[in-house]
Write a protein that binds this ligand. Sequence first.
Ligand code: PLP
Ligand code: LYS
Length: 463
Amino acid sequence: MSRSAHPAGPRHADVLTEGHYSAPPADLNALDPKVWAHTVSRTDDGVVSVGGMEVTRLAEEFGTPAYFIDETDFRERARAWRTAFGHDADVFYAGKAFLSRAVVRWLHEEGLNLDVCSGGELATALSAGMPADRIAFHGNNKSEEEITTAIVSGIGRIVLDSFQEIVRVAHIAQSLGKRQRVQIRVTVGVEAHTHEFIATAHEDQKFGIALADGQAAEAVRRALALDGLELVGIHSHIGSQIFDMAGFEVAARRVVSLLAAVRDEHGVELPEIDLGGGLGIAYTSDDDPREPHEIAKALGEIVTRECEAAKLRTPRISVEPGRAIVGPTAFTLYEVGTIKPLDGLRTYVSVDGGMSDNIRTALYDAEYSVALVSRTSDAEPMLVRVVGKHCESGDIVVKDAFLPSDLAPGDLIAVPATGAYCRSMASNYNHALRPPVVAVRDGEARVIVRRETEEDLLRLDVG
Ligand SMILES: Cc1ncc(COP(=O)(O)O)c(C=O)c1O
Ligand SMILES: N[C@@H](CCCC[NH3+])C(=O)O
């Protein structure tokens, strides 16, 4: 990302902080469709609307901070993934990105499957009517209780993450008189180009069983020998917020070579491979994500080519996009509070939320965009840092951005692309009340996850 001098005069931000900022956009009132949900636009009076509802009205009715999710956009993106992969592949939405019962129903209606990674996500999915056989269960440390519940519910597959878990799941399934469909998660030894904390295919991290040193082959050997397991495939997930397809290509190639090795050793052709999620989205105008049909085509071609070369039947492919479906469909609406210009640096704009509703900036140095949405402005751009109200100097929502210099307390600003890993990673730090998620569609808004109350907090405090 390029750096530029601050338009309003001499600034020392370049030397004094690690912030990265582009030149201010030509038009601060413009909303880049790359980062905003599909139905977001400005009305003639300058107020931003989503799903046919103006944010000023939404703020009045639902308060701030709040997440607004564009249901039409969510459904369109889910459908685009399903149709891109067609009948020969399955799309499992990764519930960790954001899960609620309404979301489960939308997914079910749009024909997607679901990946869960905890008993809580499984309970949410089942309670909203997702058929158990369309659910996959992930995690590096599933409890015996979670495994039992999953098997009893008739879950479609459990993704085995370690040697110990192979034995554990087999034992539980057998004691329940069942044979559980499973995949083995392997680490293919790829360094995905993303933040260290969200890269998962290199060896020195907690997920999966390494392909290296014959470990994955040994895991297959053990799984095939256990009566409680029906080994149906191999799983790889290389990390998250990735734009470069090269890592997926290497992963696909290595997984197919394991399938060939399994066929050669055991005479068994495993019928499935899962290539995980991890596809990046646009958080700022500098990001250029790929469309689902491009991704589907690229992955399908590699797998087919590699299988032909290895004389294998092409396995059924599945993928697990989370962020790429839900991320762009929501924004967080905040009310501006204190505005503090720091001479020679930037202006700190405090909002009524912060790291409790979006931890990603503090955790991953994530970049976001921001816009004034309750009105337009022709004022000069000012370099801002949007910060929350928590007791941390790292409580930053948007590290570097431009907002109009006439910004005032009471204005509404919105941060787009907060559908993934914001509400799902929200916390009660400083006893913050987690914001609601409001679904907007065709001029109607309804709460799908309500705002927390002080009673909710106190209910857990039984001392
Ligand atoms: C196993 C697995 N599948 C799918 C996902 C979803 O990733 P993303 O939201 O980046 O698509 C994750 C999270 O990174 C994951 O760990
Ligand atoms: N929570 C991460 C992604 C990790 C996904 C789970 N493996 C994020 O916000 O980007």
